[in-house]
Design a protein around this ligand. Structure first.
Ligand SMILES: N[C@@H](CCC(=O)N[C@@H](CS)C(=O)NCC(=O)O)C(=O)O
Length: 243
């Protein structure tokens, strides 16, 4: 049985999608990041970077328990476990891996920063203090959408000519373009690809996972502090205690 410690954000959704696509049995446990549950000692043991999602598979390699953090690593693990959504032919595997890495290194971090500066930041800081960040990350977001739009102009899927973990990794990040200052109609190939994935029954099920926990409208001061402010960046020991 797989225990998933997660939250209904883009990084959580990636793994929820893969689990639903594969039909692997799992239990989803909420880690309420707006309340600081990511800093609990037990969670830091499996996710030392204090980020969701993290996973424990009680029936890992050789029947041994394994715990993993980082959504890309979890997707890769699940693909190997299920033997699905990660091609077997070497050239296709590398193609899939490079687009998975593209998501992990560019789409997630850049769009995530755009959300902080452009979407959430103005509720907590004067706009003039955020200008450089807003400009940089909204530009990065649009640059990345253009890269993806050109790529998808001649392809149905991100990699290997088939639906893979690379598509599952990118998709949740592109559900709310207005959060990162992007007008989706300017990127019609991305829109076509995205809307097609959004119709998949497993994706629809995945987007419901832990959904009832998410009452996000805008961050309270406490939530901002925990995720993006002083408490997030306070120096801690291995147990999560601020030192
Ligand atoms: N690279 C990580 C990023 C994970 C991440 O940023 N998770 C966010 C939610 S989307 C989180 O748990 N934030 C809590 C915190 O920063 O304290 C992954 O892909 O798993």
């Amino acid at each position: 049985m797989i225990d998933l410690y997660s939250w209904p954000t883009s990084n959580g959704h990636k793994v929820h999608i893969m689990l639903e696509e594969c039909g692997l049995p799992y239990r989803a446990h909420p880690v309420v990041i707006g309340k600081g549950e990511q800093f609990q000692p037990w969670f830091l043991k499996i996710s030392p970077n204090n980020k969701t999602p993290a996973m424990i598979d009680r029936d890992g390699p050789g029947g041994q328990e394994i715990s993993l953090f980082e959504s890309g690593a979890i997707l890769f693990y699940l693909a190997e476990k299920a033997g699905r959504f990660f091609p077997t032919e070497p050239g296709k595997r590398h193609d899939c891996m490079q687009w998975l890495m593209f998501q992990m290194s560019s789409v997630g971090p850049m769009l995530g920063q755009a959300h902080v500066f452009y979407k959430y930041g103005p509720d907590h800081h004067p706009r003039e203090k955020l200008e450089v960040g807003i400009e940089r990350y909204v530009r990065q977001a649009n640059r990345l959408y253009n890269v993806m739009d050109l790529h998808l102009a001649t392809r149905e899927w991100f990699a290997a000519g088939e639906y893979t973990i690379a598509d599952m990794a990118v998709f949740p990040w592109l559900r709310m373009p207005s959060f990162h200052g992007v007008e989706i109609d300017e990127y019609p190939n991305v829109k076509r690809w995205r809307d097609r994935i959004a119709e998949r029954p497993a994706v629809l099920r995945a987007l419901e996972v832990l959904k009832s926990n998410n009452r996000f409208v805008k961050h309270s001061d406490e939530e901002w502090d925990l995720q993006f402010g002083a408490t997030q960046f306070a120096r801690r020991d291995a147990s999560g205690k601020i030192v």
